[in-house]
Ligand binder design. Structure first.
Ligand SMILES: [Zn+2]
Length: 402
């Protein structure tokens, strides 16, 4: 940057002019200082200040070591967003499926927060959390306790397999713990503490348990006495579409009697498409259906896809498949409605303790469209009464109490 400087003519110094000379030196120093200051300010306007350099300069001026540059602030973790339970419009109201007439109630929002697990004070000998796939002497001890309380019938072999996991889930469900199949400190403390309920002391299975959109099950609800259907019924009685499908033992035995009677009448080729579904399974079904609707109708909003989904898929917690008492009985490869298998079952299922849970006539009460394939075990007496009075389960509970 061009600067001009006035040159001062040299003068001979003399003692009496000493004061003037001193003033001139000071004035020159001020001029130089002013130029430096202007330069710094102009530079500052053209580029951002280098704060580190300034700090170093200041430190050097003060004779101290500059503090290390302040590190970049660590970004705080993404805030956890708790989803607000959606409130859906009455099912199908906007799409001509019956809407408010069909289902007058706004559905109960999906139950939100998981039940907090009370913390257990750590002890000196904190045991590891035992889960499927583990082995060891602590697993053997766990299995022995489950056997003693009637939850496990296998031998205690020290291998944490599927049966041990089921036994832990059952133990937890009966004793009011989160039924996750993980034997952590709380589960072990109760299991070894001597105050746990045994399988015999468990409340009896309520075969009239009413589950619907207004009465959802807790996400930790696990039905009593689940069995793998194929372990109880042979392949010539019924095919199971998905291996390992479970249901309540009493209901499975009644199913076997019913299908055996149908076969004796010359009606066969039954398949179980679905039975017990966990809460998580239900959530997955909802998401699958939403994705399906979105794929076929790209302009649809998620809410519209959900609304259509809920015509036939229950919101998580509201499916009675979570009770282990419901079966979707189908015929492989064909639409079930109108088949001889459907007609036989509708005519005889009450004799074996089953009802056709969702009929067209009761849609406004049950909240679901008719499902000719969905059979619910309620026990022989209730099924007879419901059939005689033409009651759905909601009406039965209203008249009889559950
Ligand atoms: Zn079903």
């Amino acid at each position: 940057m061009p600067t001009t400087r006035k040159t001062t003519p040299m003068r001979k110094k003399s003692p009496d002019r000493r004061g003037n000379s001193l003033l001139r030196v000071l004035a020159a120093a001020c001029a130089v200082g002013l130029i430096v200051l202007v330069s710094v300010l102009m530079t500052g306007l053209l580029q951002p200040p280098n704060m580190d350099a300034i700090a170093s300069m200041q430190a050097a001026m003060q004779g101290i070591t500059p503090a290390p540059p302040t590190p970049e602030p660590t970004p705080s973790p993404e805030p956890t967003i708790t989803p607000t339970p959606a409130v859906y419009a009455p099912f199908g109201a906007q799409y001509g499926f019956g809407g408010e007439e069909l289902i007058p109630e706004t559905p109960t929002p999906i139950p939100g927060q998981p039940t907090p697990t009370p913390t257990v004070a750590p002890t000196a000998t904190t045991a590891r959390t035992l889960k499927k796939g583990m082995s060891g002497s602590d697993v053997t001890r766990l299995q022995q306790a489950l056997i003693n309380l009637g939850y496990l019938s296998d031998a205690a072999d020290g291998q944490f397999g599927a049966n041990t996991q089921n036994a832990v889930i059952m133990f937890q469900a009966v004793n009011g713990l989160t039924a996750d199949g993980l034997a952590g400190a709380q589960t072990q403390a109760l299991l070894y503490g001597g105050s746990a309920l045994s399988a015999d002391e468990a409340p009896p299975m309520d075969f009239l348990l009413l589950v619907n959109r207004d009465l959802p099950l807790n996400q930790n609800y696990v039905p009593m006495d689940l069995v793998v259907i194929e372990d109880v019924l042979s392949d010539d009685i019924v095919k199971v579409k998905y291996k390992g499908t479970q249901a309540n033992r009493t209901a499975v035995e009644a199913l076997g009697q019913m299908l055996s009677a149908a076969i004796a009448d010359g009606v066969d080729n039954f398949q179980i498409s679905s039975a017990y579904r966990t809460y998580a399974d239900q959530q997955q079904l909802v998401e699958n259906s939403v994705a399906d609707y979105q794929g076929r109708n790209p302009s649809w909003s998620r809410e519209r896809c959900l609304s259509s989904t809920y015509q036939t898929v229950a919101p998580a917690g509201t499916s009675e498949h979570q009770t282990g008492l419901a079966f979707d009985i189908t015929v492989p490869g064909v639409s079930f409605s109108g088949t001889e298998q459907q007609k036989w079952l509708h005519a005889h299922c009450a004799d074996y303790g089953f009802v056709v849970r969702f009929t067209e006539e009761k849609q406004s009460i049950t909240g679901f469209l008719a499902e000719s394939w969905h059979f619910r075990y309620v026990g022989v007496e209730a099924a007879a009464l419901m059939t005689r009075n033409n009651w759905c389960l909601e009406e039965y509970v209203e008249h009889m109490g559950s």
